[in-house]
Design a protein. Structure first.
Length: 350
């Protein structure tokens, strides 16, 4: 005869499952970024995979490998190439003290600043350079972690695509929602991912391209580099592009290039800033919109966790959290409504 009742055994099993789950989650914290990247890429590649397999009747494994290869060419290689370019440029500026001294000297003639403020600016520039260097993944110092993360991500992604039906059925089966809420969560999650990754990524690319093109036309130095920097920073709505083009324009004015400086300021605040709102409105009509507050707070949360990828993953995680709250509220209201109906029905029978 067992020492425990059926209910007690289930409770013990549940406690063991929770404890092991927490241990596994703690062990996986170092690769959490890879797991999240897998989910994001799966959401993005899923329509293309369905088109190749269902419409074009292509082999499932070949279709998955083809899409993974395309994602490496289109997303992974350009990202790390641009990251390396940014790291090299920041290191070059840090190793050239005369660059910052010359910049401060010119700014002092444009805006009177005291000695204490000058020292604070110099220290801030040094810390900003160190922070920015650490932010971007280095292909040399972090090569092992990068390769390991990518291998894990593509290993998971391959089987998620090839066994798409089983994977999605398991998600629906074990999701802590009713079937209709699970479907709603999947749809909202897809729209949120598109809005954050594709939508905000497209906006950032447009703004970065406009800044780079403006710098080139107006004769600024390193237009490609500053265009890339703007693309990354533009993931933070409104605040992003001015961080780059305003100091650059002030430097031009301090150098006596009044036309180049004022033209950049006017174009930046009239076109580059406002194109964010125009594109965001167009994207919102297609896949939904992410509130700028969620984006900014998400960036603050995401950067310490994921580095430069936190510009994307931070807002994504916060959006998923808000979405779960909405689903929970809907389920709670539905449960309360059913409970009231049941209570009224029981009273009527009495």
């Amino acid at each position: 005869m067992s020492l425990f009742t059926y209910k007690q055994r289930n409770t013990i099993n549940l406690i063991i499952i929770i404890a092991l789950g927490c241990l596994i989650a703690y062990s996986l914290q170092g690769i959490f970024g890879s797991i999240l990247s897998t989910l994001v890429l799966y959401t993005i590649l899923r329509p293309a995979y369905m088109y190749l397999v269902d419409d074009k009747k292509m082999n499932r494994s070949f279709s998955a490998i083809l899409l993974l290869f395309i994602s490496v060419i289109v997303i992974i290689l350009p990202f790390y190439a641009l990251s390396s370019m940014v790291i090299d440029k920041i290191a070059e500026l840090q190793n050239d003290p005369s660059y910052f001294k010359d910049m401060l000297f010119k700014v002092k003639h444009l805006i009177p600043i005291g000695g204490d403020f000058q020292n604070m600016v110099e220290e801030g520039m040094k810390k900003a350079g160190t922070w920015a260097t650490d932010l971007f993944p280095s292909l040399i110092s972090g090569a092992f972690n990068i390769i390991l993360g990518l291998l894990l991500m593509y290993f998971l992604l391959y089987f998620m695509l090839v066994e798409k039906e089983k994977f999605e059925a398991a998600l629906l089966k074990y999701a802590p929602f009713r079937s209709q809420n699970a479907q709603r969560f999947a749809e909202e999650m897809r729209n949120t991912t598109y809005a954050n990754v594709l939508g905000q990524g497209f906006i950032a690319l447009v703004q970065g391209s406009l800044v780079g093109l403006s710098f080139y036309v107006l004769g600024y130095t390193d237009p490609v580099f500053w265009g890339v920097i703007t693309t990354f920073i533009s993931f933070v709505p409104v605040l992003g592009p001015p961080v780059v083009f305003v100091p650059a324009a002030l430097m031009q004015i301090a150098n006596g290039n009044n036309f180049a400086g004022w033209a950049m300021l006017i174009f930046g605040f009239i076109v580059i800033i406002n194109i964010d709102n125009v594109l965001r409105f167009m994207i919102a009509k297609k896949v939904g919109n992410i509130h700028p507050i969620i984006t900014v707070i998400g960036v603050v949360i995401g950067i310490p966790l994921f580095g430069i990828l936190g510009l994307v993953f931070g807002p994504l995680l916060l959006s998923y959290f808000v979405l779960l709250i909405k689903i929970y509220e809907t389920s709670s209201l539905a449960s309360e409504r059913l409970e009231r109906i049941k209570t009224i029905s029981d009273q009527g029978e009495l």
